[in-house]
Design a protein around this ligand. Structure first.
Ligand SMILES: *Cc1c(COP(=O)(O)O)cnc(C)c1O
Length: 437
């Protein structure tokens, strides 16, 4: 399948783009010099409704938009491109802009890296929450297309030192063998489903040995059901991949495909539905998660239809995330108060089967914090919050309160309610950070 990158954008090789204005095409070029861009023909031709461009949600999801950079950064890059500045100068400016976009949110490089029994950090592994280990296989650190809001965008812009990846099945297995508290392994990226089935098998098949009986659930995080459903239909090793999942499920593992979806348009092509059906036939369970983002899905009826379509196709809604504090957040972020309204109004439109998505949830350094609602307590308007997942297991499911702020878009902008000076977890979190750094 043909994949388009910045060069194709620059050289006018993406045919349907001829229908958009020259100004927008220029702006896309400017932004794509800073943020990663990659899209394939399936997404361009089957998922985007070109009559609705530029407002089409999938167009917004994969094509760079002018508002993704500040006016100042945009002007800097546009100027360098227009006067054909030397590449060294261009790169230097671009690097500076990228560094200011918080490329590694929630301390994901420094905070979650586990160590082996000699005290050496284990590359390509993250262990933040007691039950779940994240594994980043090196062959799975790219995607079929890139989401414009990706929180792992930094690893797609060629800076290898920033990449979190492991080549070693061995280090994953050794770690799991000695960590019996781990019940879930989450293979992530990038997108592990860009890997060959035999590479995936090298990582996963050994987990069927008795040493790993404590590992009950194998999760695979992927956008492939949206961006490349042919992975499960016509790719040369599609059947090998499905057989692998089937073996894992038959041997008693819970195989969970953690599918990233943002809009019901991704679920409505015939190939997408066939891919879902084939995956489900392996015994794997598909769970859906994705962020709530402006320009794409900041509308309760979009979420209601997304969840309903998922349920109809046998997919279980799992998480609704808040747009993370990285990359093009300025373009996509939605105030927390609005996120909660959208969630609530969407929930009201679906049956209980569609109400299994938790959220809206912020993936912060201390944990996943859900906005449970807005309430007024003794005359003070507050956000009611709770940890769905916590760096400390004891934090989970304890309600806590922040002063209501209609503009806040992330936890670090919230203040404790009722005159408190700190949130209940902050002292403990500080100690944990000092220990890990
Ligand atoms: C979300 C997440 C998990 C999984 O959390 P669950 O609530 O069990 O789905 C694990 N590790 C990290 C770092 C995460 O962000």
């Amino acid at each position: 399948m043909e994949v388009y990158t910045l060069r194709d954008l620059e050289q006018g090789r993406i045919k349907p783009l001829e229908s958009v204005s020259p100004e927008l095409r220029h702006a896309m070029r400017v932004v794509a010099h800073v943020l990663p861009f990659r899209v394939n023909r399936y997404v361009v031709e089957a998922l985007i409704d070109w009559d609705k461009v530029p407002d089409d949600p999938i167009f917004q999801l994969v094509f760079p938009q002018p508002g993704m950079l500040s006016h100042e950064d945009f002007a800097t890059v546009a100027d360098l491109l227009v006067r054909d500045a030397p590449s060294g100068e261009l790169q230097k400016q671009i690097q500076g802009i990228r560094r200011a976009l918080n490329p590694h949110p929630a301390g994901q490089l420094a905070l979650n890296v586990p160590h082996d029994d000699q005290g050496r950090p284990i590359a390509g592994l993250q262990h933040k929450y007691r039950e779940t280990v994240l594994f980043f296989p090196s062959q799975g650190q790219t995607c079929h297309s890139y989401c414009t809001f990706c929180f792992r965008w930094a690893q797609f812009i060629g800076d290898k030192s920033l990449r979190m990846a492991s080549r070693e099945a061995h280090s994953l297995h050794e770690y799991l063998r000695t960590h019996h508290e781990v019940s879930d392994v989450l293979i992530t990226g990038g997108d592990p489903m860009v890997m060959k089935a035999r590479h995936l098998a090298d990582y996963l098949e050994p987990l069927l040995a008795h040493d790993f009986d404590h590992v009950q659930t194998i999760r695979i995080g992927t956008k492939s059901l949206s961006f490349w459903p042919y992975r499960y239909l016509t790719d040369p090793d599609a059947d090998d991949l499905l057989r692998l999942l089937e073996r894992l499920a038959a041997a008693g593992k819970h195989v969970a495909i953690m599918a990233h979806y943002n809009h019901w348009q991704e679920l409505e092509t015939e190939v997408a539905c066939r891919a879902i059906a084939r995956l489900r036939a392996t015994g794997a369970l598909i769970r859906a998660q994705g962020p709530l983002i402006a320009h794409v899905n900041d509308d309760p009826s979009v979420w209601a239809r997304l969840w309903q379509t998922q349920v109809a196709l046998g997919i279980m809604p799992y998480y609704m995330f808040v747009e993370r504090d990285t990359g093009a957040r300025r373009y996509f972020e939605v105030p927390l108060a609005r996120c909660w309204e959208i969630y609530r109004q969407a929930m009201q439109q679906v049956s209980g089967m569609g109400r299994t998505a938790r959220g809206p949830s912020m993936s912060t350094a201390p944990g996943k914090v859900e906005i449970q609602g807005v309430a007024e307590i003794r005359g003070e308007k507050v956000f009611v919050l709770r940890f769905l997942q916590g760096r400390h297991p004891d934090w989970v499911q304890r309600p806590f309160f922040a002063r209501y702020d209609p503009k806040a878009t992330w936890l670090d902008q919230l203040q404790p309610a009722f005159g408190e000076s700190r949130f209940f977890f902050e002292d403990e979190f500080e100690v944990m950070q000092q220990r890990d750094q």
